[in-house]
Design a protein around this ligand. Structure first.
Ligand SMILES: [Mg+2]
Length: 254
């Protein structure tokens, strides 16, 4: 049997904590898939309706998201170029990522977005070196039959797994959570793509004013609200430095 360290890459450096995080709208200020849908696809109204259908009417995220991306027909390389021009980074994320690397806290990006978009945006926003240090588990992009991804209406999303989420983020987190002794586990997210991960870690950060907060309130899932990564940075550093326990941090009891 493979040792846990081999099958669970974030254990390789024997860290005290692992930081799992969503990408779009969490590390970045704009969700790249929302941006494409709103600006290049069927627009903000239908996109919001799609998210509501998932949150309130039990529609699978996978199907709603597929519809949004299907409405974007621009060639993939042009989409990528526009995203690089328009998507900005959370102003405090780079400092946090640098701190994580210096303090042996692996960052694992769990995303419903597409791998080449995430890699390109991360390298552009935080630099190649910082980006290369992060593990990214996400959906991917594929060519439609008989086309190249850079043709008009040429690309499609390729989902990570068969779940109703398209990418069930709990699949990556659970093997770590099941270890008899394990690092402290954090998760940060903002939206409907995070529903599958919301209950899996010791401390969930949910972005102020976003759909994930609504969901956690509705489902009574405990969470800590954040405005930007400086809020997260302070709490994670306090826990890793042993100033407070993760339980105290999660319940705000100190
Ligand atoms: Mg998001």
């Amino acid at each position: 049997m493979a040792s846990p360290t081999e099958s669970l890459p974030a254990l390789r450096t024997n860290p005290k904590a692992i930081f799992f995080t969503d990408f779009d709208g969490t590390i970045t200020l704009q969700d790249s898939n929302d941006w494409m849908t709103d600006n290049l696809g069927f627009g903000v109204e239908l996109r919001r309706q799609g998210n509501k259908d998932v949150l309130y009417n039990g529609r699978p995220f996978r199907d709603a998201f597929q519809e949004m991306l299907d409405s974007v027909t621009k060639p993939f390389d042009q989409c990528l170029e526009l995203l690089l021009q328009n998507v900005k980074l959370d102003p405090a994320f780079k400092d946090f990522a640098t701190w994580c690397r210096a303090n042996n806290v692996p960052i694992v990006v769990l995303s419903g977005g597409m791998q080449p978009v995430i890699r390109a945006l991360l390298a552009h926003l935080v630099g190649e070196e910082e980006a290369a240090a992060m593990q990214i588990v996400s959906n991917d992009v594929k060519a439609r039959p008989g086309k190249s991804i850079n043709d008009e209406n040429g690309w499609d999303i390729e989902y990570h797994d068969d779940s109703s989420f398209g990418h069930d983020k709990s699949l990556e987190i659970r093997p770590y959570a099941a270890l008899p002794e394990r690092p402290v586990m954090f998760y940060a997210g903002d939206g409907v793509s995070d529903l599958s991960a919301a209950k899996e870690t010791d401390l969930l950060f949910a972005k102020a004013g976003r759909d994930l907060v609504t969901y956690c309130e509705k489902e009574s899932v405990p969470f800590t609200v954040f405005n930007d990564f400086s809020d997260i940075h302070k709490i994670v550093a306090d826990v890793v430095d042993g100033k407070i326990s993760v339980q105290q941090a999660a319940t705000g009891t100190k």
